[in-house]
Design a protein around this ligand. Structure first.
Ligand SMILES: Cc1cc2nc3c(=O)[nH]c(=O)nc-3n(C[C@H](O)[C@H](O)[C@H](O)COP(=O)(O)OP(=O)(O)OC[C@H]3O[C@@H](n4cnc5c(N)ncnc54)[C@H](O)[C@@H]3O)c2cc1C
Length: 256
């Protein structure tokens, strides 16, 4: 690909779910956030042959309080779950999805449990419940909830291909020859693949700046003028055209 194309942009996002690593996670009826959400979205938007999880009339426990966990809880309600419990290890004020989302979930019938850290998923072959440590003002107690399905939506991991070969660790630190350029000269990186899981706005901004950088590099390379801009002045100046002003994290340039 590198030889066949003038330039490549890698923006592969975060497509692997984190695991809880507790006993019982391999039981039938336990899903990661993405395993649960993907068939719902696929069935709705593009692959009617894909079957959404069979949730109707079942008790669902969602572990986590990020955007994925919120989507899972809304999805479970929409698919007719008998009840949805949401477990989060910290407080609602600390939930990554924000307290407004929690209020919305509660308004749709979801039960919110905070200070709850899962210790074990209960069941023989299938999920029967979840055990967790609840911490509140009165102390710490081991509790459990019955559940037919447990969805662990505790975050995703960025999945960039060839991370080592592309030297992505250095790009993350800003140690680059050119903004968003990887260790391979004509390969650029943007979005979650570069920053780790983030938010749509940040990922779009990252994509815009990387696209601008790639465009500048291609243009200058065609004229054999890259070295004139080793200090990234052009890129920085062009960046001013984006809403939000100039980039605040200009890379430390090693020289071309
Ligand atoms: C379930 C969930 C809910 C979210 N909800 C919110 C929210 O409400 N608000 C918010 O701000 N952010 C939310 N986020 C985060 C937000 O979606 C991401 O930060 C953003 O989409 C990242 O954009 P990206 O372009 O880097 O990657 P993505 O949007 O993930 O796009 C990556 C693309 O690359 C493709 N791809 C991956 N690997 C390969 C490969 N090897 N070859 C070819 N193609 C590949 C994928 O199929 C995908 O189309 C959510 C994330 C998840 C997972």
């Amino acid at each position: 690909m590198v030889k066949k194309h003038d330039a490549i942009m890698i923006a592969t996002g975060s497509w692997r779910s984190r695991r809880l690593d507790i006993p019982g996670e391999a039981l039938a009826g336990v899903f990661s956030g993405l395993e649960f959400l993907f068939p719902i979205r696929a069935a709705h938007y593009c692959a009617p042959g894909v079957k959404a999880p069979d949730v109707a009339g079942k008790r669902i426990t969602v572990v986590g309080a990020g955007h994925s966990a919120v989507d899972v809880a809304h999805g479970a309600v929409a698919l007719g779950a008998a009840g949805v419990d949401m477990l989060y290890r910290r407080t609602r004020a600390e939930a990554p999805c924000g307290s407004l989302e929690i209020e919305r979930l509660e308004a749709s019938g979801v039960r919110w449990h905070e200070g709850c850290a899962p210790t074990r998923i209960l069941g023989e072959e299938r999920v029967a419940g979840i055990e967790f440590r609840r911490r509140d003002a009165s102390g710490v107690a081991l509790e459990s909830l019955p559940a037919d399905i447990v969805v662990t939506a505790i975050g995703e991991v960025a999945t960039p291909p060839f991370a080592k070969e592309l030297g992505l660790e250095s790009v993350r630190k800003g140690e680059v020859r050119w903004l968003n350029m990887t260790a391979i000269e004509n390969v650029f990186v943007a979005g979650d693949a570069l920053t780790g899981p983030s938010k749509i706005g940040k990922a779009i901004y990252s994509g815009l700046r990387a696209a601008r950088s790639l465009g500048n590099w291609l243009e200058l390379k065609a004229e054999n003028r890259q070295t004139e801009f080793a200090g990234d002045e052009l890129i920085s100046r062009e960046a001013d055209r984006f809403p939000g002003g100039p980039f605040k994290d200009a890379p430390r340039v090693r020289g071309l």
